[in-house]
Design a protein around this ligand. Structure first.
Ligand code: ATP
Length: 212
């Protein structure tokens, strides 16, 4: 495997963590190879897409053999920067935010929430799931330089001004769980996850496109 960074399409890049998690489990259970059909079944991506995805990074499955699990894992680890820990902050320690603070993200990838912010005086100064909670006013003062990612679980109306402050502070990526559509400079990556919309969409598909 050469050490040049490989340019892969965004849609493929988004599926990498999915593949990575499954392959890691396979590796742990001692499996050395996997077929695209097995992968397809496990990650629910059709096997033609998997084959195309994998071809971008030079993993060409052999007929009757499949893919080498170790090779793929080494590739993913490098591509997903698994060897490097990414520090994350969380803003808004409500119901959803609290759940994230308790969730062990380190289990599946090398990201760690190191600090949280809120404006509720009952939450400030506490430690939730091992993460200290600070007042939002202290973002500028307390947020360490090496925190590059933020999770937003605040009420929608305050999402934009908080995002602006995070960007100002040097945050490069925002995972936005609020329904607010946030504007950020082009150099900043923002992913929107609206759980209510996702749920509604699932219900819609169940109703209108029922599977047998
Ligand atoms: P809870 O039951 O704790 O109120 P929730 O998720 O239903 O949780 P939300 O109103 O969505 O409550 O608020 C989420 C969290 O964001 C709360 O902890 C709230 O204190 C916090 N919050 C509200 N406004 C701000 C703000 N401007 N900056 C930071 N945090 C905020």
């Amino acid at each position: 495997m050469n050490n040049e960074p490989i340019k892969i399409p965004q849609a493929t890049a988004k599926r990498l963590p999915l593949y990575y998690r499954f392959l890691k489990n396979l590796n742990t259970s001692g499996k050395q190879r996997v077929s695209s059909a097995e992968l397809s079944e496990a990650v629910k991506v059709d096997s033609a897409t998997i084959r195309r995805d994998f071809s971008y990074f030079g993993a060409l499955g052999k007929k009757g053999y499949g893919y080498n699990v170790q090779y793929l894992l080494t590739f993913f680890r490098k591509t997903l920067d698994q060897d490097e820990l990414t520090y994350v902050t969380l803003i808004g320690v409500g119901n959803l935010g609290t759940a994230f603070l308790h969730y062990n993200f380190m289990k599946n990838n090398n990201t760690k929430i190191v600090m949280a912010f809120d404006i509720d005086k009952d939450k400030i100064g506490t430690d939730i799931g091992g993460v200290p909670v600070f007042h939002l006013d202290d973002i500028e003062k307390h947020l360490p330089e090496d925190v590059t990612v933020a999770i937003l679980t605040v009420p929608a109306p305050v999402a934009q001004p908080i995002a602006d402050r995070l960007v100002e502070k040097g945050v490069k990526g925002i995972l936005n769980f609020t329904p607010a559509r946030i504007n950020v400079p082009e150099t900043i990556r923002i992913h929107h996850i609206d759980l209510a919309v996702e749920l509604q969409s699932l219900v819609y598909f169940l109703k209108h496109y029922p599977t047998e």
